[in-house]
Design a protein around this ligand. Structure first.
Ligand code: AMP
Ligand code: TRP
Length: 374
């Protein structure tokens, strides 16, 4: 069904159908003004909010996977400060956390010379395109977003209107670069679907093949790092307990102490994956160990079968310190030199702006906004 501006009210409320494989005939490599570089499989855009501290879950569940894709794709990695303020952020802390995420990206191996690392608010086209998308997306679509329901909680009247239209801004983040692939965690899949629906409705309404439909790349299936205190809860930036998570800036001593204090059960470690059933804490620690040593769970269980937790925790600490140590050291070096971070982010913003302003211009023209540069 074509979504025409004059179509009936009902039509406009219906969710646009998802077209999965055809990309509507748009070749994202050549469409519009910004072809992708030769030899790349597509263009990636992803982002993390600068709230709280970056932790092991962000590293194993997101940044490490991005680093693995950086040679095959043209990559833009964003620090989404505009998303962060949909919930109140102390200004000084927001600024600190923004530089910390940048330092985390770089220290974890995202090369600022070959990837575009930038801050969302430095590229005004995100907000400008988001306004258009506020007028494309339907209230009915946003009403279905489970993250809004979770974050707004019981008192929806008190949630910011930014939190409600957050998915439209996220769609703009992606589509303003005509990104083809978006690596995200499972929890962001619904927002990606919405971005696809927005792209499709925009293209249909304005009769232009402007936006390719971005594909979600769901990160390392199953790689959910859980809290060290409670193996049934996700490791999270916002958990009040510092012992629940290993931060990317933690010292060796911090890491050792947090692992030592991690919740366990009284049994020795099993030799098979089935043996981990109903043992969430053991599963979590073993999954972390497997990820840190680049092995499968089954492989590490061969090594650790029959071990007591004390022995295993010593080994896990060595593995965590081995992987995180160099990252932490580089983050600390960068955090001590904010001018270096800022200049990397400035370069990133310049190259992001180049792509984004060209796409915004195409969108403005499609909508019928008069050109401002004549
Ligand atoms: P957040 O910390 O929720 O802003 O998420 C930033 C990125 O890190 C997203 O791609 C998440 O999917 C990923 N992430 C956050 N927490 C975890 C976790 N505990 N395990 C795995 N991935 C995570
Ligand atoms: N909503 C994402 C999260 O909470 C962050 C985000 C904002 C994002 N814009 C994005 C992720 C664009 C991927 C692409 O984790």
């Amino acid at each position: 069904a074509r979504y025409h501006p004059r179509a009936g009210h009902k039509d406009q409320l219906r969710m646009a159908p998802n077209i999965r494989s055809t990309q509507q005939g748009i070749d994202p490599m050549t469409s519009g003004s910004i072809p992708h570089p030769q030899g790349k499989k597509g263009r990636i855009l992803s982002g993390i909010q600068p709230t709280g501290n970056l932790h092991l879950g962000n590293y194993l569940g997101a940044i490490r996977n991005w680093a693995a894709m950086q040679t095959d794709y043209q990559c833009l990695f964003c620090i989404v400060d505009m998303h962060a303020i949909t919930i109140w952020q102390e200004p000084a802390e927001l600024a600190r956390a923004t530089r910390e995420v940048a330092a985390g990206y770089i220290a974890a191996g995202l090369d600022p010379a070959t990837n575009t690392l930038f801050v969302q608010s430095h590229v005004p086209a995100h907000a400008q395109l988001a306004w258009i998308f506020n007028c494309v997306a339907r209230m009915g679509w946003l009403n279905r977003m489970t993250q809004f329901k979770d974050k707004a909680g019981k008192n929806r009247e008190a949630a910011s209107s930014g939190l409600y239209v957050y998915p439209n801004l996220m769609a703009a983040d992606i589509l303003v670069y005509k990104a083809t692939h978006v690596p995200v965690g499972e929890d962001q899949k619904q927002h990606l679907e919405l971005a696809r629906d927005i792209a499709q409705k925009f293209n249909n309404d304005y009769g232009i093949e402007l936006f390719p439909l971005p594909e979600p790349v769901i990160q390392g299936p199953g790689m959910r790092v859980m809290s060290l205190r409670d193996g049934t809860k996700k490791m999270s930036k916002s958990d009040p307990s510092a012992y629940s998570r290993i931060n990317m800036t933690d010292s060796e001593d911090d890491i050792a102490q947090k692992i030592r204090k991690a919740t366990t059960d009284p049994e020795p470690l099993p030799g098979t994956v089935e043996g981990l059933e109903n043992r969430p804490e053991a599963s979590n620690l073993l999954n972390i160990y497997a990820a840190l040593t680049d092995r499968t769970l089954a492989e590490v269980l061969v090594e650790t079968e029959g071990w007591q937790f004390s022995q295993f925790k010593t080994r896990l600490t060595e593995a965590a310190v081995g992987v995180l140590g160099p990252i932490t050291a580089e983050m600390q070096r960068l955090m001590a030199d904010p001018a270096e971070i800022d200049s990397i982010l400035k370069r990133g913003a310049d190259s992001a702006n180049e792509i984004a302003s060209a796409v915004l211009k195409e969108a403005y023209s499609a909508v019928g906004f008069l050109p401002s540069d004549r």
